[in-house]
Ligand binder design. Structure first.
Ligand code: NI
Length: 436
């Protein structure tokens, strides 16, 4: 008799494996943080330390939020209905100049609590005070790709672009593969408009030296198209290629305004693109050419961006919007089918942020699993489960969240996170930050 850690039984499983995408009324076994079997039958001679009855639920891989700034939850519903440049430079940067390490810690804790409650088991984060972000990830049990900028932009209120490469090296050495492998570290390039040719070249060389990837905002707005032409005489994608940025694994957020040639370069250089439809719509940035990216075979994943340009961290909304807006724009309901959208929200995201051992429910992969409670009116009658998840499900339907085999939430209750304390701390510090 083999004794495993956990059994999820009688559950409908969306594996995300091509070939056997759906297993009805199946069983998932977990041992040593990994999935040890997935089957429509319970293996003989096995016992379990803990069992979860998945009757009335769907099991699927946890979502990967491929682009976020978690601590920006602190600025949720603070500066809305404004274009990106005015939003960022006139509203967000002045608040960010006041942020302390404690603010970022609690803002990140709030973001992680929100993400776990909506079924996110891994996320990519770009922000400041990244030690605090690593601390929050380590404490909560979630997984994350964290990035660290080798450039300090401002000193004394002036744009100076100071070299902080050593800080990035130190951060990488301290945190990459830390928290039992739950943290990966990339090099941050905020954007080509905040960097210049020299700092882009240096950041690319640094990523190569560390043998890691780069997380960057690319071509989010039409304004960036103009500024790139003015500053570099070429598109942001072209300057990235020229400076070596695309020679390493790249996680590029947005990519709304790509030329045909930019798209070809992204494909040729094997870049991953995080599509962030809510943020792009809310900031009036435009709509990315996602169907064309997918047709070219580019790895496209989904992200929420920060909660101050969204204004939540809800991957169900991103899936739903990504499924709908491209159909509407192209007047083609056959684009962006449910299985494609689910891959973008899970396995595509996992590989984009450097976790190659998760994103699907398959034997040998890490047990990053969520259960969706479908015993609710908006799920009846029970037809296509893929459509169910993309078109009907809500974040509040996530019942259970498991990361590396550890149950972080069950029956919508956290097992190790003090949600009341997080809300209390964030409420208190937001008064100082936002002056209300
Ligand atoms: Ni962003």
């Amino acid at each position: 008799m083999t004794n495993f850690d956990l059994l999820i039984k009688n559950v409908d499983i969306i594996t995300m494996n091509d070939g056997n995408m759906i297993i009805e009324n199946g069983f998932i076994g977990v041992a040593d943080k990994k999935i040890c079997f997935v089957s429509d039958k319970l293996p003989d001679d096995v016992s379990f330390k803990k069992e979860i009855d998945g009757n009335g639920k769907i099991a699927m891989p946890g979502f990967v939020n491929a682009h976020s700034h978690s601590a920006m939850t602190l600025m949720r519903n603070y500066a809305d209905d404004i274009a990106l440049e005015a939003w960022l430079f006139d509203n967000i940067f002045p608040i960010e100049a006041k942020l302390t390490d404690k603010d970022v810690y609690w803002g990140t804790m709030l973001g992680i609590a929100e993400m776990l409650k909506s079924g996110v088991t891994a996320f990519a984060d770009m922000y400041m005070f990244m030690d605090e972000v690593a601390r929050a990830v380590t404490e909560t049990g979630i997984k994350a790709n964290l990035c660290k900028s080798p450039v300090q932009f401002f000193e004394g209120g002036e744009l100076k672009r100071l070299d902080r490469s050593q800080g990035t090296v130190d951060y990488y050495n301290q945190y990459h593969n830390s928290a039992d492998g739950r943290i990966k570290v990339f090099v941050e390039i905020h954007s080509t408009y905040m960097f210049n040719e020299k700092t882009l070249t240096n950041a690319a060389a640094l990523a190569k030296q560390l043998n890691t990837g780069i997380h960057i905002h690319l071509l989010e707005t039409a304004t960036e198209v103009q500024s790139s032409k003015r500053d570099y005489g070429m598109t942001s994608i072209e300057i990235c290629k020229k400076t070596g940025v695309l020679d390493v694994p790249v996680l590029a957020a947005h990519c709304v305004h790509l030329t045909d040639s930019d798209l070809e370069i992204m494909k040729e250089m094997n870049c991953s693109i995080s599509h962030n439809p809510t943020s792009n719509l809310k900031l009036g940035s435009g709509i990315a050419r996602v169907p064309e990216m997918l047709k070219l075979g580019i790895n496209v994943c989904l992200g929420t961006d920060g909660a101050s340009s969204n204004n939540n961290l809800n991957m169900f909304e991103e899936m739903n919007l990504a499924a709908l807006i491209h159909k509407g724009v192209a007047m083609d309901p056959q684009l962006m089918k449910a299985d494609t959208i689910l891959k973008m929200g899970t396995s595509n995201g996992a590989s984009a942020i450097g976790f190659t051992d998760t994103g699907k429910i398959a034997e040998g992969l890490k047990a990053d699993i969520i259960l969706i409670d479908t015993d609710k009116p908006h799920f009846y009658p029970k037809n296509n489960p893929l459509s169910t998840l993309v078109y009907s499900a809500q974040a509040s339907d996530v019942d259970t969240v498991i990361v590396d085999g550890r149950i972080l939430m069950q029956n919508r209750e956290f097992t190790a996170i003090d949600e009341e304390k997080i809300k209390y701390e964030v409420h208190a510090l937001s008064k100082r930050l936002l002056g209300r």
